[in-house]
Write a protein that binds this ligand. Structure first.
Ligand SMILES: Cc1cc2nc3c(=O)[nH]c(=O)nc-3n(C[C@H](O)[C@H](O)[C@H](O)COP(=O)(O)OP(=O)(O)OC[C@H]3O[C@@H](n4cnc5c(N)ncnc54)[C@H](O)[C@@H]3O)c2cc1C
Length: 388
């Protein structure tokens, strides 16, 4: 992490663009704004390596955004993916889905922030940013508090972000039937999954996914209704139960460091106001099942960085931002909402999986739920089979 700052006193007081959040959305926004010639500060409250609940599967659409930003090198060590194995009840369906990769989140986020620094951006970790109604950004680190100014502010601080808490227009609308996320990275021997495969297992009350990372460890991520987590006695026993026969007998999931998220399904009441643009998960989220959150974050982050530079260099206004942001994710969000409904009824999903053995076009539709958003790749070849 060469050049990344951890000392709040070391930064100057004015930038063209300040970004709260150094995840995929914040980094993409920073790279786009830097490429347009802006001075950029990214503030993140975490300290690397910081772990996140994420399935770690980057869809082709996200890979394409990174290429457009000239940042494909951050995926140099990623694991290629080619098959999705979907399980629900007794049904198993294997779908060929080429073009995506698996990459550990700490590794991706760190490489992206390194890239920002290499291209002239200032990255400050371990500091919390709060957007003030007066147009400034208050940055706090332990007992040090500084007020920094910019011409455009971008909130890219994810589902658990706090940068917009002081501006009431940006309140969340959270779905009452929402699920919570949880996950961990576990030893490579913990589960029986091959490289290049995404395992997705759907159950009453939620679903779980697992993928083998390039370093051999396994990332597990899940979404479940809180009552189901309580009923199972916690996230570790629930993960072991849902992953069933894939779990090696010697594994004790309880020993791993499990992390959680707040309620996932939510929408921000407003996506822009005066000099503020909202991007990535900070603008809203449906469900992680289709594995496209990082792609949405990269795409909307990159567009926010471009729009910020247009606000500075020409006459663009923040009022245009909600339309731009919604256009980027509209069709995939709709598909994600439909998939989310199907997931709430595993019996229906089971019959769809069963029927799709006989109707390849239906199987194609099921396959299209996985990671083929903003930029849909050519339809995959699909093969289905019943569980033994
Ligand atoms: C169970 C689960 C599985 C998932 N699986 C996948 C998957 O396989 N593929 C996929 O593409 N997506 C997946 N996602 C979604 C993906 O993780 C998110 O969409 C993605 O991380 C969003 O990126 P972001 O940059 O918007 O936010 P984040 O990655 O959340 O980054 C926000 C950053 O803001 C920082 N921050 C917060 N508040 C402040 C503040 N006030 N000041 C400064 N910094 C702050 C945080 O430290 C954080 O680093 C999954 C999500 C869940 C819950």
């Amino acid at each position: 992490m060469k050049g990344i700052l951890t000392n709040l006193s070391a930064i100057t007081e004015e930038y063209d663009v300040i970004i709260a959040g150094g995840g995929p959305a914040g980094s993409a926004a920073a790279i786009a704004a830097l490429r347009a010639g802006c001075t950029v500060l990214v503030v993140d409250r975490g300290i690397h390596p910081r772990q996140k609940v994420c399935g770690c599967c980057l869809a082709p659409a996200g890979i394409k955004v990174l290429a457009q930003l000239g940042a494909s090198s951050v995926l140099d060590s990623a694991q290629k993916l080619s098959v999705v194995r979907l399980e629900c009840g007794g049904q198993v369906m294997q779908m060929r889905r080429e073009g995506g990769v698996a990459i550990a989140r700490d590794e991706l986020d760190e490489s992206l922030l390194d890239f920002v620094v290499e291209h002239g951006g200032i990255v400050l970790m371990g500091s919390v940013a709060s957007f003030d109604v007066d147009g400034s950004v208050v940055v706090r680190q332990d007992k040090i508090v500084r007020t920094i100014r910019s011409r455009v502010r971008i909130a890219a601080d994810g589902l658990q972000g706090t940068s917009l808490d002081g501006i009431s227009k940006f309140e969340w609308r959270v779905s009452k039937s929402s699920r919570m996320g949880f996950g961990a990275t576990v030893d490579g021997a913990a589960l029986d999954i091959s490289r290049e495969q995404i395992l997705m297992s759907v159950h009453n009350g939620g679903y779980i996914g697992a993928v083998r990372l390039a370093n051999g460890r396994i990332d597990i991520a899940a979404a479940a209704h809180p009552s189901v987590i309580r009923g199972a006695g916690g996230v570790a026993p629930l993960a072991a139960q849902w992953l069933g026969s894939h779990v090696s007998t010697t594994t004790k999931f309880a020993g791993e460091q499990w992390r959680g998220t707040p309620f996932l399904t939510r929408r921000r009441m407003q996506l822009s106001y005066e000099d503020v643009l909202v991007a990535g998960d900070a603008s809203g989220y449906v469900e992680p099942f289709t594995g496209e959150g990082m792609s949405w974050a990269l795409a909307t982050g990159s567009a926010a960085g471009n729009h910020a530079s247009a606000m500075i260099l020409s006459s663009a206004s923040s009022n245009q931002w909600p339309r731009i942001a919604n256009r980027i994710v509209r069709s995939s969000r709709m598909r994600c909402l439909i998939t989310a409904q199907l997931l709430r009824h595993p019996r229906l999903l089971r019959s769809v999986m069963h029927t799709s053995q006989f109707f390849p076009s239906l199987a194609d539709r099921v396959a299209s739920a996985f990671g083929s958003n903003i930029d849909t790749p050519a339809p995959s070849r699909i093969f289905t089979k019943l569980a033994p």
